[in-house]
Design a protein around this ligand. Structure first.
Ligand code: NAD
Length: 318
């Protein structure tokens, strides 16, 4: 069997509610657990909103969408969530001590053969787990929103059985996701590491060169974005010609200094309460529009882009 009948998702925040949805759409029965009842209540609303967007975009059929919420049961107790799970997804706060406690509780309450997948962004979670969990534990790291973005970073720990990774890879590929597999833990995987490098550079442009946010985003969207979407960076390099790539490397026309770890621009925005879309303002002003509406609009546009992209990849419409 490659699929997973019963999945426990621990942590019902930004990622947890969305991962519960991904697995319910794949036909799994999901128990979604959180220590805060209000997180479970909010998760129910977010799942309904995400399903409505997916339905409206034609990604999920109306009958399937109607059945999906019934496959997700909110529970307050971790032991009840994992008791008969085939797959336990840990997506609680990015805090070593909280995760350590959660792993100890999983070891006590989950079936011996259950697979444990952590969604950690940067932590080496394997040393935090009781030894007995090691052979069945992996990192399966997602990107938000995971019901739209398909990349899943799969990373084994030092004692993970290879068949565990095989099984997850086969399952996620079968449900239309794009797993990439690493031989060992790599800080930030690939996508998060590149994002971190780009973020450090962006703050230098803002803080030290006085470049406006609009100019930075225009440059990314209209200069980098389209080709990156189509080709990634290395196929793009092949089209540039590798002699030119080698010359640019040798010229060292720009060598980034070590990141400073903080940004005066960001500090100023935060001090003004401009924390982003949820506050109505961040780098940009969202004109008083509710955050929910802004997220739905983003998701609708992402899905439209994905549809066009899929058609191009399948050779339709080109
Ligand atoms: N937000 C992202 O874009 C993103 C992307 C990929 C991975 N991640 C990773 O996913 C994990 C969760 O991140 P998030 O953004 O969803 O955080 P979040 O703060 O939105 O949600 C975390 C949830 O965990 C709950 N929680 C805390 N302790 C718990 C416990 N002992 N048992 C059960 N639930 C508990 C909290 O109440 C909260 O609802 C982190 O490890 C993070 O690094 C986040």
């Amino acid at each position: 069997m490659t699929g997973f009948a019963r999945v426990a998702v621990l942590g019902a925040g930004t990622m947890g509610h969305a991962l519960a949805l991904v697995h319910a759409l794949a036909g799994c029965t999901v128990r979604l657990q959180d220590v805060r009842p209000e997180a479970l209540e909010r998760a129910r609303e977010l799942i309904a909103a995400a399903l409505a967007t997916l339905c409206e975009a034609g990604e999920v059929a109306a009958e399937a969408a109607a059945r999906t919420p019934d496959r997700i049961a909110p529970v307050g107790s971790l032991a009840a969530a994992v008791a008969d799970a085939d797959l336990v997804i840990e997506t609680v706060v990015e805090d070593r001590e909280v995760k350590r406690e959660v792993y100890a509780a999983i070891a006590r309450a989950a079936p011996a053969e259950a697979i444990l997948a952590s969604n950690t962004s940067y932590l080496d979670v394997f040393p935090l787990m009781p030894e007995a969990l090691g052979p069945r534990a992996v990192i399966a790291h997602w990107y938000t929103p995971p019901y739209i973005l398909d990349l899943v970073d799969l990373v084994p720990g030092p004692s993970t059985e290879p068949s565990v990774l095989d099984r997850l890879e086969t399952f996620y590929r079968a449900i239309g996701k794009r797993p990439v597999r690493f031989a060992r833990l790599l800080a930030g995987y690939v996508a998060n590491r590149l994002q971190a490098a780009m973020t450090a550079e962006i703050f230098r442009l803002l803080d030290e060169e006085g470049i406006a946010p609009e100019v930075i985003d225009e440059s990314i969207r209209h200069g980098l974005g389209l080709r990156l979407l189509l080709q990634g960076q290395l196929r793009k390099a092949d089209f540039t010609g590798l002699e030119l790539v080698a010359r640019a490397l040798a010229n060292r026309s720009y060598t980034p200094p070590p990141p400073r770890g903080r940004s005066p621009t960001l500090d100023r925005l935060l001090a003004e309460g401009r924390t982003g879309v949820l506050a109505g303002r961040g780098f940009y002003d969202y004109g008083g529009r509710p955050a929910e509406e802004l997220f739905r609009e983003r998701d609708r546009k992402l899905l439209a882009l994905k549809r066009a992209w899929r058609a191009i990849e399948e050779g339709r419409g080109t």
